[in-house]
Ligand binder design. Structure first.
Ligand code: DGT
Ligand code: CA
Ligand code: CA
Ligand code: ZN
Length: 587
């Protein structure tokens, strides 16, 4: 019997085969067939397992006999001969080249074959000495671009996006939490602080000394471990299969609160706390909070009693400071009478704003997106497909907008009749044109429930010009919100350097919100603007910019950023119940 498979699993499998075929220099038509099959399965409506059980995959357009039998083999045995063969055939070094932005598998194969090199170090050398430029169809410019991309990759490869780190951390947590002797377990470090990118993943366990060695053995021996970087009695580091470093520290239960605080960081927050401790004639370290001895050292015989981080903050005259705020970026000022205001939480979100459907570049129908929102307990979906200028993303002509509204009206009637109390708002993600204008005539814009304005072209405008564009858009009478204000892609592409402090003031004056785009590639507005935004009473929203159903759940990362920004539910539009939101949008 075939094992049940996930659609994504098969899509990844087919894509990997296609990519490796190109890296192996095989006929592009064969590779393209795998790409096509991947697209077909990706957009498949029914359960793929039915097709596998009944061996009817070839009924689908774009799936031939040979690919179908590869998929059946995978479901049956968990592996595919052609893939195994390719993995052996393609040098590991070449696979790393895929991380160089702008380097597709075809180009990689060409350079690899012509110059007989497989390592990135060799590639750099050949770019520098003119060999790459001399290849047919390459030239100086290409060589320079490759070098620049490699420099980028090397600078950032030590860090990763938060969704990647979270996935690895969850796997390790899951496998450690029920182990014998674990009294408490938590992630710490930048991941616990919800930083936008993560260096390494830090885990902390409270356990009795006698249980520590076995726990360390378990950790370094886990399935997800590719390489043990170091193993000690209280600290070990491993590299996960995904290439991420994971550090585990084991401390005794009575040291756990101080250790959790210490290893959550940030370093800067810790420094400020230690200063605060000394001001109170106390000493804080990773083992606890102690009275000072004569030499102003920690008197280890006189610890202050603390069973939680909250207790330690309490001794220092502070309320609990949520991990997201611990950046020494104003959190101590934010705490009035020692207490930080209650930050927005994931469960505060009442609805989704900023999502795409198959009407533009989304992968799911409006109904599917709406039903996924209902399943997650949301009250509304502000659907915002792309506007007409975004032709590359299937932007909507005026005529298509009106057709989409008919579909939305019909769905809303259906939801009302079913008593679901769920509403789809007619929204648009309008391109902000080069002069700051929006993408439709005003009378049409006025008819939308929700207008988000985003820059998708001319991202390289000089900062002043970009600011002008954004300011013009923010003052438009029919705009409600600016989308991803800098356009950055984390670890890939810097965003615009336009002065967002000025945009924030201006947007707040015009009652235009600026979103926190929760897509883990973006996390834009940056949390560092939180203080400015709060001072100006700017509204924000935590927006998934979802292009498929899993994309909706990216709001969790946006909530992390909103909390880092110091935002309460009151700062976030999509915590409002539908009626209040509609009132705000009409203001
Ligand atoms: P990352 O890994 O670069 O994303 O950032 P973190 O903050 O996770 O840094 P990491 O993994 O080097 O260390 C975890 C925490 O341990 C850090 O946030 C604060 C604490 N820590 C590490 N080294 C020091 C140090 O030298 N001094 C102080 N005060 N704290 C440290
Ligand atoms: Ca870390
Ligand atoms: Ca670390
Ligand atoms: Zn969007």
């Amino acid at each position: 019997m075939p094992k049940p498979v996930q659609k994504d699993e098969i899509v990844n499998l087919l894509e990997e085969i296609g990519t490796l075929m190109r890296l192996a220099g095989e006929n592009d038509f064969r590779a393209m067939a795998f790409d096509r099959a991947a697209r077909t399965i990706e957009s498949l409506d029914g359960d793929i397992n039915t097709y596998i059980e009944e061996q009817t995959l070839t009924d689908l357009k774009g799936i031939g006999k040979s690919i179908a039998s590869d998929v059946y083999a995978y479901a049956e045995t968990g592996s595919v001969p052609v893939l195994e063969k390719l993995r052996k055939q393609v040098p590991d070094g070449l696979i790393a080249w895929l991380g160089i932005s702008g380097m597709g598998p075809k180009k990689i194969y060409k350079i690899h074959k012509e110059l007989d090199i497989t390592e990135i170090a060799e590639l750099k050398e050949k770019c520098r000495d003119g060999s790459v430029a001399a290849l047919p169809g390459m030239g100086e410019k290409t060589a320079e671009k490759i070098l620049k991309s490699i420099a980028w990759m090397e600078e950032f490869s030590e860090r990763c996006r938060i969704d990647e780190a979270a996935a690895v951390a969850e796997l390790f947590l899951e496998k450690m939490k029920d182990a014998d002797g674990v009294r408490e377990i938590s992630v710490a470090g930048s991941l616990r602080r919800a930083s936008e990118t993560i260096g390494d993943i830090d885990l902390l366990i409270a356990a009795d000394e006698k249980d520590a060695p076995a726990l360390m053995d378990r950790f370094t021996g886990l399935d997800g471990v590719m390489e043990v970087l170091g193993q000690g009695e209280t600290k070990s580091s491993v590299r996960s299969k995904e290439g991420r470093q994971v550090d585990l520290r084991i401390v005794s239960p009575d040291h756990y609160p101080a250790a959790l605080m210490y290893f959550t960081g940030s370093k800067e927050h810790n420094v400020a706390l230690r200063q605060r401790s000394r001001d109170k004639k106390l000493q804080l370290n990773e083992y606890g909070l102690f009275h000072q001895d004569k030499d102003k050292q920690a008197d280890l015989d006189r610890p202050l009693k603390a069973t939680s981080e909250e207790d330690i903050y309490g001794h220092l005259g502070l309320g609990f400071i949520p991990p997201e705020l611990r950046e020494d970026h104003g959190e101590f000022d934010l705490a009035k009478d020692g207490n930080v205001p209650e930050l927005v939480e994931l469960t505060d979100l009442r609805g989704i704003l900023h999502a795409h459907s198959t009407w533009s570049d989304g992968k799911r129908s409006i109904r599917e997106m709406a039903e996924a929102c209902i399943e997650r307990g949301y009250e509304y979906l502000g659907l915002t497909d792309h506007s007409r200028t975004a032709a590359y993303a299937g932007g909507l002509s005026i005529e298509r907008v009106r057709q989409q509204w008919e579909e939305i009206d019909a769905l809303n009637r259906e939801f009302a009749d079913d008593g679901k109390g769920f509403v789809i708002l007619k929204g648009i993600e309008s391109d902000i044109l080069s002069d700051g204008k929006l993408d439709y005539p005003d009378d049409l814009l006025a008819e939308f429930d929700l207008v988000i304005g985003s820059v998708h072209s001319g991202l390289d405008y000089p900062p002043e010009k970009m600011l002008d564009r954004l300011m013009t858009a923010a003052a438009h009478p029919h705009i409600h919100m600016i989308g991803h204000p800098t356009g950055r892609l984390l670890l890939r592409r810097d965003g615009s350097k336009a002065d967002l402090n000025r945009l924030i003031e201006h947007a707040a004056e015009h009652k235009t919100a600026i979103e926190i785009n929760a897509n883990p590639w973006r996390l834009d507005l940056d949390w560092r603007y939180g203080r400015k935004a709060r001072e100006c009473n700017m509204m924000s929203a935590v927006c998934p910019d979802a292009h498929d159903v899993p994309g909706l759940d990216h709001v969790r990362y946006g909530i992390g950023i909103a909390r880092k920004a110091g935002f309460t539910a009151g700062h976030i539009l999509n915590t409002k119940p539908l009626g209040e939101l509609q009132k705000w949008l009409k203001m």
